[in-house]
Design a protein around this ligand. Structure first.
Ligand SMILES: Cc1cc2nc3c(=O)[nH]c(=O)nc-3n(C[C@H](O)[C@H](O)[C@H](O)COP(=O)(O)O)c2cc1C
Length: 212
């Protein structure tokens, strides 16, 4: 590693103010997401999902945002995975996007609940067969003896489901209902713009500016 302490970037691309974010953070998230897509950002829908386990230890990993529907941010995974167990123990999670090409970060905090089986099945059926077989073949988060086990599982399930591949019950979506959403736009001299939306008891959003 070369001289980490001197890695430094000044952010000069844009500004963010109270007026331009409007009053609907989900709508503004869509605007930023579309701008990130238009900027051809690779893995634009990759986000860090952070969970807290029953012992209050934090865990983060990347998952892919697959939908924003009814005010919820949706991703898919194995319900038996570590993250699944952590969400069962404590549904409070955070989602984090960093779109460095636009010098933007979005932080979302909220509660994760399983989406309906119908929605999970609908999305599962839209995936390529290889991904469907992957969902069957991987006991996600479990210790496995070696790589061959995965390949053997894959072969076994591709033989078993020669025609249609059903959704495994242990695989599906979570929707995160946000309680806060923060939009961060990098600025010069570390004087960044931060606008935080907080959902009130009547489900209406209020916003404020945070110091960078
Ligand atoms: C770019 C990228 C996208 C990923 N997308 C997903 C995803 O959508 N769902 C998922 O379960 N894991 C996804 N993963 C793998 C997770 O980061 C993680 O390794 C896995 O879900 C197991 O996490 P857990 O043991 O904490 O449950 C992705 C990883 C990367 C790097």
């Amino acid at each position: 590693m070369k001289d980490i302490a001197h890695i430094r970037q000044d952010y000069l691309l844009a500004e963010l103010d109270e007026k331009s974010v409007g009053s609907d953070p989900i709508g503004f998230f869509s605007t930023w997401f579309t701008e990130a897509q238009n900027a051809d950002i690779p893995d634009v829908n990759a986000m860090t999902l952070s969970t807290v386990d029953a012992e209050n230890k934090a865990h983060g990993r990347i998952v892919l945002l697959k939908d924003v529907e009814d005010g919820q941010f949706v991703f898919y995974t194995n319900y038996n995975s570590h993250k699944g167990a952590e969400i069962a123990a404590n549904p409070h999670v955070s989602l984090l996007f960093f779109w460095k090409e636009l010098e933007r970060q979005v932080r979302i905090e909220g509660v994760a609940t399983k989406v309906t089986p119908e929605k999970s099945t609908e999305y599962f059926n839209s995936r390529p067969d290889a991904s469907k077989l992957g969902a069957w073949s991987s006991p996600q988060s479990q210790v496995i003896e070696n790589r061959n086990i995965l390949d053997a599982n894959y072969k076994q399930f591709s033989d078993q489901f020669a025609n249609t591949i059903p959704r495994p019950e242990h695989w599906g979506g979570y929707g995160v209902s946000p309680s806060t959403i923060e939009f961060w736009q990098g600025r010069a001299s570390r004087m960044h713009d931060r606008i935080l939306f907080t959902k009130g008891e009547n489900n209406s959003w209020s916003k404020c500016r945070l110091a960078p």
